[in-house]
Design a protein around this ligand. Structure first.
Ligand code: NAI
Ligand code: MG
Length: 502
């Protein structure tokens, strides 16, 4: 399973010319008002390759003073007729241009992303094309933000306008920096807002390259500003800022709560996409081959660093031992190692901090009495590589079944019948995603309805399409991203009454 790929030296990485050119030439700057500028403090921070632990670049450490500048630039841009006054067709044009530029530069963006967060290259390539598609999808919405005419009494003509919110702060994590940014930027811009985008401190690089493409697409200065920096400084300055109208956040539930409290200062709109502990329910009548393969993908994709990871695998009692053993055996199909090696299907986790956090759960699970079916170890040597791990003998109350690990670690939990599966599946503070595996069509729909989650998959796992809303129940957050729902999240409705009595 582990082979020796994880021990590949950095020199094995074959970057293209574009990515290499991008990485030369010193620390990257902040994009504010259409210009690249250093942080007021002059400070920078390092970006690290998690597969080798080597420093690959530096970015400006933006903080409150830089956020203040970015907000001023974004406010000015929001009011400037070259953005506020253009037709929806022109806004669509900008989004389409950016979509094309992302697609044309997908390889370079993918390489920068892989280098900085360890996602295998085949997957980051897919993410870039999906991000281009997200911009294309929302380009279509720019011209379809309809209001209503309402049946008020005869003395009035009553209609509604749907208007942008204003300046939006977009705070994104490191697990899919460009995907996450596109889910927020594309609908925000389609609706006519202006933005301040803050990538995670672990992964500033690909977002800065995206900023270059945003300038190339010709967006007026200040429509998109990018401030790299830390959560406690740049992130907190966004959520506290009195002149930001909305904050959209993807990340931990703990920080989501802090942002919500800070946002109360001016009652800015908040949308949150937070953690998960998603139940993946396998009934005895399921297509077991398919369920086993997808379940392993469900908790190992992106090294388990996805909010929808299927980390509680509920298996019906009578097939529990067999299916748990098959899931454990199937993890051998995952080749852990150098994310630039085409044979690799799972890279490292993103950082030393996440490595510590994920591996600390090996002790937690042991203390709780869970049994290691496979994994619970690391590759050793350089790089933050964790082995795919499955625990059996787990009860749903154990910490390994309740807390988000954010690594390739799952718990197999037995259940008796449909009712028991739903009760246990819903017994968590989270509600982001869930899956059900069965050939009984009635049961599939019953369980899909009964599970409290923002997305439910039936006989599949991980499918996401920009045409359909995505988001959480319970403490997995609120508001929906993607689909038409996101246009609601970035617009507000104005009701107009016109006296027509003359
Ligand atoms: P985090 O929630 O601290 O970071 C996510 C983003 O929020 C980053 O851009 C960060 O700079 C920013 N941030 C941090 N503190 C902030 C603050 N006080 N105000 C405003 N912005 C702030 O997540 P972290 O520390 O990287 O990972 C910890 C855990 O969070 C993970 O183990 C995982 O369980 C969860 N997580 C969930 C994600 C998801 O996709 N839902 C993504 C990343 C992390
Ligand atoms: Mg954090």
């Amino acid at each position: 399973m582990d082979g020796d790929a994880g021990k590949n030296p950095a020199s094995a990485v074959q970057l293209g010319e574009g990515a290499r050119a991008f990485l030369t030439g010193g620390a990257k700057h902040l994009l504010i008002g259409g210009k690249w500028v250093a942080a007021h403090s002059g400070e920078t921070f390092a970006a690290v390759n998690p597969a080798t632990e080597e420093v690959i670049g530096h970015a400006a450490s933006g903080a409150k003073a830089d956020i203040d500048d970015a907000v001023m630039a974004a406010r000015k841009a929001f009011e400037n007729p070259n953005w506020a006054g253009i037709s929806p067709h022109q806004r669509a044009g900008y989004l389409l241009k950016l979509s094309r530029l992302i697609a044309e530069n997908a390889e370079e963006l993918a390489q920068l992303e892989t280098l900085n967060n360890g996602t295998p290259l085949a997957m980051t390539r897919g993410q870039m094309l999906a991000s281009a598609q997200t911009f294309e999808y929302y380009a279509g919405w720019a011209t379809k933000i309809y209001g209503e005419t309402n049946p008020s009494d005869a003395a009035f003509f009553n209609y509604t306008l749907r208007e942008p919110l204003g300046v939006c702060g977009l705070i994104v994590p490191w697990n899919g920096p460009i995907s996450s940014a596109s889910w927020k930027l594309a609908p925000a811009l389609a609706a006519g807002n202006t933005c301040i985008l803050k990538p995670a401190e672990q992964t500033p690089l690909s977002t800065i390259r995206l900023g270059e493409l945003i300038l190339e697409a010709g967006f007026p200065p200040g429509v998109v500003n990018i401030v790299t920096g830390f959560g406690e400084t740049a992130g907190a300055a966004i959520s506290e800022h009195p002149d930001i109208d909305k904050v959209a956040f993807t990340g931990s539930t703990a920080v989501g709560k802090m942002i919500t409290r800070a946002a109360a200062v001016n009652l800015k709109r908040v949308s949150l996409e937070l953690g998960g502990k998603s139940p993946n329910v396998i009934f005895a009548d399921a297509d077991i081959d398919k369920a086993v393969a997808a379940s392993v993908g469900g908790f190992c994709f992106l090294s388990g660093q996805i909010c929808v990871a299927g980390t509680r695998i509920f298996i019906q009692e009578k097939i529990y031992d067999e299916v748990a053993a098959r899931i454990a055996a199937y993890t051998a199909h995952f080749t852990v190692g150098d994310p630039f090696n085409p044979a690799t299907t799972m890279g490292p986790v993103v950082s030393a901090e996440q490595f510590e956090r994920v591996t600390s759960y090996f002790d937690v699970a042991k203390a709780d009495g869970a049994h290691v079916a496979v994994g619970a170890g690391t590759l050793g040597g350089k790089g933050y590589f964790v082995k795919p791990t499955l625990y059996t003998g787990v009860t749903n109350g154990m910490r390994i079944a309740q807390e988000e690990v954010f690594g390739p670690v799952a718990a197999a939990i037995p259940f008796k019948d449909e009712n028991d599966a739903v009760l246990q599946g819903n017994d968590t503070v989270y509600g982001l995603a869930a899956a059900v595996w069965t050939k009984d069509v009635g049961r599939a729909h019953r369980v899909a309805r009964a599970l409290k989650a923002g997305t439910v998959w039936v006989n599949t796992y991980l499918k996401v399409d920009p045409i359909s809303g995505f988001g959480g129940y319970k403490q997995s957050g609120y508001g929906r991203e993607l689909g038409p729902h996101s246009m609601d999240a970035y617009t507000q409705t104005k009701t107009v009454y016109v006296d027509v009595t003359g």
